[in-house]
Design a protein around this ligand. Structure first.
Ligand code: SF4
Length: 103
């Protein structure tokens, strides 16, 4: 499946109400490590589990007064519209969000 098709599949899952772990956001390094470890041990290559554990949303989430869109995340590759966090490696949209967002 190419990135555009996979991005559409993810969009469809999120739109149809897939319940993801949006909160708590991973704010401390311990929380980041915990979520990343779960992605490695529980999700692997399973797309839905990646989306659930990372807390994907198809809209921007604001935490502590800061908007957290993929667009401003350090893992986001602008031209490819792609998340390069090693445990995710997924095509995304700029206005999506996940709890591993980081500047
Ligand atoms: S890590 Fe960043 S770019 Fe990747 S899905 Fe989460 S917010 Fe988006």
């Amino acid at each position: 499946m190419d990135d555009d098709a996979l991005r559409r599949e993810i969009a469809e899952k999120l739109k149809s109400g897939l319940k993801t772990e949006v909160w708590p956001r991973a704010e401390t390094s311990e929380q980041v490590n915990e979520v990343v470890a779960r992605l490695q041990s529980e999700a692997g290559d399973n797309l839905e589990k990646k989306l659930v554990i990372a807390g994907f949303t198809d809209h921007v989430i604001e935490a502590d007064g800061i908007e957290q869109p993929c667009e401003t995340c350090m893992y986001y590759k602008v031209h490819a519209r792609f998340c390069e966090l090693p445990e995710l490696m997924l095509p995304v949209e700029p206005d999506w969000s996940c709890r591993l967002w980081r500047i």
